[in-house]
Design a protein around this ligand. Structure first.
Ligand SMILES: [Zn+2]
Length: 156
């Protein structure tokens, strides 16, 4: 199977932020508003296989994606999720993190502790896939936020 996170057509539609090593994209099946993913550009199935440069750059890139996603969703709290391996719920064998902006009135609607158990199932079934038009609209706004806050992002 072709890796969707190595597919340039898919990435160019979904990306809202990137540098040499990492890319941030909007999730195809957003679980909450502002549900973004970020990942190394290089195809690795595990964060344990990151290069030294990737390990060094990871948290700073994470901070920037989180910042943009929170601005987008008008939220101040978030879940940061990494699923590695089949039993952990990893569906695409290219290491990636989920950022889920969380609000008191968000759509998760169940106990904040219990919801993670439901995450994999609900991510697939809660909504249908976004259309390309919906994605384009969202990406436009995310890119605008990234551009507007370029100075703040550089400092993260
Ligand atoms: Zn890949």
């Amino acid at each position: 199977m072709e890796c969707p996170f190595c597919d340039n057509t898919n990435l160019s539609l979904r990306k809202f932020y990137e540098n040499d090593l990492f890319i941030g994209i909007y999730n195809l099946r957003p679980f909450v508003e502002g549900h973004v993913l970020f990942m190394p550009k290089r195809h690795v199935d595990s964060i344990l296989k990151l290069s030294d440069a990737e390990k060094k750059g990871l948290m700073s890139f994470a901070n920037r994606c989180i910042f943009i996603a929170l601005k987008y969703a008008n939220a101040y709290q978030f879940d940061l999720i990494l699923q590695e391996g089949e039993f952990a719920g990893q569906s695409i064998p290219h290491a990636h993190f989920h950022v889920l902006p969380r609000r008191f009135d968000d759509e998760v609607g169940i106990s904040k502790k219990e919801w993670l158990a439901d995450f994999s199932h609900r991510e697939k079934s809660l909504r249908g896939n976004l259309t390309n038009e919906e994605t384009e609209k969202i990406i436009k706004r995310l890119r605008f936020i990234a551009k507007e806050h370029a100075v703040q992002l550089e400092a993260l």
